[in-house]
Design a protein around this ligand. Sequence first.
Ligand SMILES: Cc1ncc(COP(=O)(O)O)c(C=O)c1O
Length: 398
Amino acid sequence: MLETLQQPKPDKILSLSAEFARCAIPGKLNLGIGVFRDNAGNTPIFASIKDAEREKLKTEKTKVYVSPEGDPVFLDHILDLLLGSEIEKNRFGRVQSVGGAGALTLIARVLFDANPNATVYLPDPTWVNHVALFEMAGFKAAFYPYYNHQNASIRFEELIATVENAKSNDIFLVHGCCHNPTGTDLKKEQWRQLVSVFLSKGILPIVDIAYQGFGNGLEEDAWATRYIAKMMPEAAFAYSCSKNFGIYRDRVGLAAFLSKTEKEAKIAQAQLGVSARNLYSMPPNHGSALVRSVLADQGLKTAWAHELNEMRVKVQSLRKNLASALRLHIDAPTFDFLETQIGMFSLLPLSAVVIEVLRREKGFFLVGDGRINMAGLTHDVMDNFAKAIAQQVRNQTS
Ligand SMILES: Cc1ncc(COP(=O)(O)O)c(C=O)c1O
């Protein structure tokens, strides 16, 4: 039977990491996969998470199952972090998920049960896994115009026109902050306009938020999510703790629905729980217990927020330095947009040939579409990296 299986197409980010591991060029740099790196190129464990982990080892008494819906105390802390204190939580149904990808999977399954005829619109471009996650649930996925590569701006009018042409009860996925891969979010006024068209068209938005705290700060990065939560009668939220708690491999997240009534919210939560039960039965507990401890203890929470802020500031300073190094070596403002974008990612407007030369000859591994993980850079390599790009840009134009 198994001989009928076909070799799947490689995932472009994971296969880049595999090629990186085989590369023998000294000073090689993996700018592909979206993880934070320190100056030595390592992805550190937050000290606050380590403290919580030590305490857990000392005090943990059982490893009995949690429930399919997960730990309610952890879930309340994450909802508070995401939504703040002003938004009433009684119209939210929420469960623990296996990272942000698991949250999207649960949400997709429940929404498909609710309306299998909906089209799910994703931004063009978006995180590579989005299409597969929604198509696996049975949905037809489509794209809405989002980013103009030529001038690093939002294609806002085309985006609005796409929403206006969608059917009532279609679904639009938006990135809550630090859009992956463009680093470019809507402005507040644009969010307001978008939400008003969602309301008039009867669209259900899914907010995918995987980088709270990496853009402009914990509160600022939650603005769009909170606005949507305040304004919309119904919405879905997929939250990832992978990056902002540095617990990538522990697989921690939250899936939530905002429903019209408290009663509907309870049903939506139960449906998320059933999906979890059918897919993998129970969520892992280790990572969520650490997040719960950090958020429940004011001292640990302050320490965590401080560590996260240092990471955010570092990424912004890498952005600034790369923009100025490129300005210097190219003698043009071509890459100045890097400085104003936010979060881990940006798209470098480089040809596929240049990206390949950077990888094969210099050991700089970018994703094929030009996505760069800014957090993968270090100040030490900045000048070499900018010089290599400048040389290729000159070759390309001469
Ligand atoms: C926009 C976006 N959503 C969701 C995820 C998934 O996060 P997790 O690793 O927690 O599954 C990612 C991860 O890179 C992402 O960039």
